[in-house]
Design a protein around this ligand. Structure first.
Ligand code: NAP
Ligand code: MG
Length: 482
């Protein structure tokens, strides 16, 4: 066994007070690494280090920020294959998906390196004669970043990069289930030339490390991605803390993909397979409700089922694999529980859902497709977060749109159609934050905003230049030059 990987606090790598084991879901005999677990006192140290580093970092030049972020980007991109392998090994998405996610993290750092040079303010005239007004943006202070297991390098990157870009100091808590990619990213950040305390890593549980971040008066803001139930707790804690904290929540989805009679069947099937099952369906933007109009319904179900039969489910690191394992036993149990719930509710488990045995012990499940789903069923309302999708038959476009919007969530939505009229209408009338036409619901760019509406998101958008709405606070300053 290799050495226990440490936490990074105030510019030093330090031991923890317990160990987190990172298990490979493709082969549960394979321990990916052991990580020192931080406790409350160490989290408080990290917060203190970040607080001490804030005054100088908040006044750092755009060049200093550019240099650090660009250096991080360059190393991530140069090591994408190696880090992609680590990611696939610890999380279970396929190697090409893992490499793609690492590349995305690198691109995000490169984007925010450039953004550091582009931050400007505004200058205007007061309504009072002779008086100038300036509007500038400043960093918030110490930000706590809490991330989920399903994108263990891209989500940390899209929080850490803008936080640093806009002059904040960071305490980063990765998901305990999958700390390896976040740790590797932290090693890269640690040698980027940032002053001690600007960036801190604390591996540990939500209830200890996460909770300490939420309660501590020196943490100015929390950016969170994860489940709705944790998000609610975070919102409450941020509002109840003194002083109140700024917060941003990215949470679950029950994303609709509408397939209309006039869709190109091949395109629709590819869009559905990608959106529903790639990354083992463990994406907040996964299409879990396939809303299909009556004229194409049977052909679509048949073609999708045929396509699913060709999906290779196996060890994430093997070449030619399309779908890796589920991330762990408890997520697999949840997926299986929903397969039963769906059948008990009267939906038909049309294909898949079996547990699969592969060379090594792992959490392998055949991607599953329900038909005969109604939008009132729990499998159509609750996020399953696995390779499970359900087909809901709709009479026509109008009914399909109504079903698509009839959800507590509003992250992503898609439509497959060859009609400009329906595509335009859907873009205008979908109640989701991100809308896709003839494209998978999952799959977004890094230079434009990411986020949802209704129960999926709370607060400012992430990514692209919009990220500054969260990571800066605006100052309005008046001068009487006479
Ligand atoms: P989760 O259980 O809510 O955990 C997310 C993070 O919050 C983890 O780091 C977790 O720590 C931490 N946490 C848990 N309880 C906490 C508490 N009381 N105080 C502070 N922090 C706490 O979510 P998950 O299972 O990792 O991720 C799956 C969920 O994420 C799904 O619902 C998915 O839709 C959502 N997601 C959303 C987006 C989006 O952008 N909308 C993107 C990806 C995923 P531990 O290390 O202890 O678990
Ligand atoms: Mg793991």
């Amino acid at each position: 066994m290799t050495a226990i990987l440490k936490n990074f606090i105030g510019g030093e790598w330090v031991d923890g007070s317990g160990i987190t084991r990172n298990i490979n879901p493709s082969n549960t005999n394979d321990v990916v690494g052991e990580y020192a677990r931080a406790d409350r006192a160490q989290t408080e140290k990290a917060i203190a280090a970040a607080k001490a580093a804030f005054p100088a970092w908040s006044r750092s030049t755009p060049q200093e920020r550019y240099d650090a972020l660009n250096k991080i980007a360059t190393e991530i991109l140069a090591r994408r294959e190696e880090l992609g392998k680590l990611l696939a090994r610890e999380e279970g998405k396929t190697l090409p998906e893992g490499i793609g996610e690492v590349a995305r993290a690198g691109q995000i750092f490169a984007f925010f390196a450039g953004e550091a040079l582009r931050l400007t303010g505004e200058k205007g005239s007061s309504v009072r004669p002779g008086i100038d007004v300036e509007i500038t943006r400043e960093g918030l202070g110490v930000v706590g970043l809490i991330t989920p297991w399903n994108f263990p390098i891209a989500i940390p990157a899209w929080k850490i990069a803008p936080a640093l870009c806009y002059g904040n100091t960071v305490v980063f808590k990765p998901a305990e289930l999958v700390p390896g990619s976040g740790h590797a990213l932290s090693e890269i950040i640690a040698r980027s030339g940032l002053p001690a305390g600007v960036f801190n890593l604390v591996v540990g549980s939500g209830s200890v490390v996460g909770q300490t971040l939420l309660e501590h008066p020196d943490v100015s803001a929390i950016s969170f991605t994860g489940s709705v139930s944790t998000g609610r707790k975070i919102a409450q804690a941020c509002v109840l803390s003194t002083p109140m904290k700024k917060f941003q929540l990215e949470m679950g989805g029950k994303n609709p993909l509408v397939v209309l009679d006039d869709a190109d069947l091949k395109v629709a099937v590819e869009v559905a397979v990608n959106g529903s099952y790639f990354s083992t369906g463990q994406r907040c933007t996964a299409s879990s409700r396939l809303i299909v109009t009556a004229g194409i319904h049977d052909r679509f179900v048949e073609a999708l089922t045929e396509r699913m039969k060709g999906l290779v489910v196996d060890d994430a690191l093997k070449s030619g694999v399309h779908v890796g394992p589920v991330v762990d036993q408890s997520q697999l149990d949840q997926d299986l529980r929903y397969l039963k719930i769906g059948q008990d509710e009267g939906a038909k488990l049309h294909w898949g859902g079996e547990l699969l045995n592969r060379e090594a012990p792992g959490f392998y499940m055949q991607p599953a497709l329900f038909t005969g789903v109604t939008n009132a069923m729990r499998i159509a309302r609750e996020e399953i977060f696995g390779p499970v999708a359900g087909v809901i038959k709709a009479r026509d476009y109008e009914e399909a749109l109504a079903i698509a919007n009839d959800t507590e969530f509003g992250l992503a939505a898609g439509v497959c159609t060859s009609s400009l009229k329906y595509a335009s209408h859907f873009k205008r009338n979908s109640e989701a934050g991100m809308v896709m036409v003839n494209l998978p619901t999952a799959g977004v760019d890094y230079h434009v905003p990411f986020g949802g509406r209704k129960g999926s998101s709370y607060g400012a958008r992430e990514q692209g230049a919009y990220a500054r709405e969260f990571y800066t606070t605006v100052k309005t300053a008046y001068t009487n030059p006479d």
